[in-house]
Design a protein. Structure first.
Length: 147
């Protein structure tokens, strides 16, 4: 089954132009406040991916890939994974267990170090989830188009 051509509907494109920045801002908000409230890296990654999926739906895969190509998505996913494991390995290097944030000397107190460590891990998870969700979406779209 062939996918329908990209819509030239002015209402869809205008709505997406308004909503995508709002969705991305909301995703960043969930990411930043994930350690102290509801949400976190996974939820933020899915919200960020949803913003780009809306953009792709309104403007087409070709336009979306100009912003986030598959190669860039793999770099983002790898960077997120590196951040996550890097924090865990840093904890081991400084004498703690994997992801024992309090031993990493990045704050004045172990509680402050935990706060920063959790934030870094959440950012790593958010980046990875966003990139993988978009990668899966791109694969599904390409499979439907037959290429």
């Amino acid at each position: 089954m062939k996918a329908a051509p990209v819509s030239n509907d002015i209402i869809l494109r205008t709505g997406a132009s308004i909503m995508v920045p709002v969705i991305l801002l909301w995703g960043f908000y969930v990411l930043v406040h994930g350690a102290i409230g509801p949400g976190g890296g996974f939820q933020a990654g899915v919200i960020l991916a949803a913003g780009f999926i809306l953009y792709t739906t309104a403007f087409g895969l070709k336009e979306a890939k100009k912003i986030l190509s598959v190669k860039l998505l793999m770099v983002i996913a790898s960077t997120g994974l590196f951040i996550y494991t890097g924090v865990g390995v840093l904890a081991i290097i400084f004498g703690g267990n994997f992801l024992e944030y309090g031993v990493i000397p990045i704050g004045e107190t172990p509680a402050e170090a935990s706060k920063y460590g959790i934030e870094m891990v959440e950012i790593g998870i958010g980046l990875t989830v966003m990139a993988i969700m978009l990668s899966i979406f791109y694969d599904i779209v390409l499979k439907e188009k037959g290429g």
